[in-house]
Design a protein around this ligand. Structure first.
Ligand SMILES: [Fe+2]
Ligand SMILES: [Fe+2]
Length: 211
């Protein structure tokens, strides 16, 4: 089964890239769709989910936490998952989609997805807090980390399934080709700024502590 997955995931990803770039066999070459950056980001999030489960299983087996792995997971979901990815959805795509005359089903789904972003933030916040407590020797923190790690994969895989398969593709019809291009440009600008903001914050946090 794993071998099938290892083969199927890259093949499907390449197919999606063809689809998004408008260069599927027989199709005319066209501009990338604005849902493409978000769907490509979903593939990286998909790849960390089994790791989250493995870190939790390892914790349960050993009774100890790999604090570096948990810190990396917290950073991934806070920076990449939330600021970069949810940020792109909420501050660009959903914001513009919300201005359209959406069907009641699409509007409800968009609200549900934004609510799930909030749930993910809370889970990652409790994981980060439990990691801090664990580092300080709090004996109850391990269970809390396991609980948070146990919730993330299910939440994200279902969330991503709804976005990829239910909302994103039909939602393109609400936007004109020019609007789609504008959304794509906004997303590119957003990504460009993001890395600079991350390290500006690192420097200002360090300066606040040491200067
Ligand atoms: Fe989302
Ligand atoms: Fe997403």
């Amino acid at each position: 089964m794993d071998r099938v997955k290892r083969f199927a995931v890259p093949v499907l990803s390449i197919f999606f890239l063809f689809l998004f770039c408008g260069i599927a066999p027989g199709a005319e070459r066209g501009p990338m769709k604005p849902i493409a950056p978000m769907m490509i980001e979903h593939r990286l999030i998909d790849r960390i989910l089994p790791v989250v489960t493995a870190v939790k299983t390892d914790m349960e087996r050993t009774g100890k936490a790999d604090t570096e792995a948990v810190a990396a997971i917290v950073d991934f979901f806070r920076f990449y998952g939330d600021e970069v990815h949810h940020g792109k959805e909420e501050k660009i795509y959903f914001r513009e989609l919300g201005k359209k005359e959406l069907s009641p089903r699409h509007r409800a789904l968009m609200g549900e997805l934004i609510g799930e972003h909030e749930t993910a933030r809370k889970i990652v916040g409790s994981l980060a807090a439990a990691l801090d407590r664990y580092k300080k020797g709090d004996g109850t923190a391990l269970k809390d980390m396991e609980e948070a790690l146990g919730k993330l994969p299910g939440l994200y895989s279902e969330h991503i399934r709804k976005e990829d398969r239910v909302l994103f593709i039909p939602s393109l019809e609400y936007f004109s080709p020019a609007e789609q291009q504008e959304l794509l440009e906004k997303m590119r600008d957003y990504d460009e700024k993001m890395i600079h903001e991350k390290y500006r914050k690192t420097v200002s946090d360090l300066r606040a502590k040491y200067q």
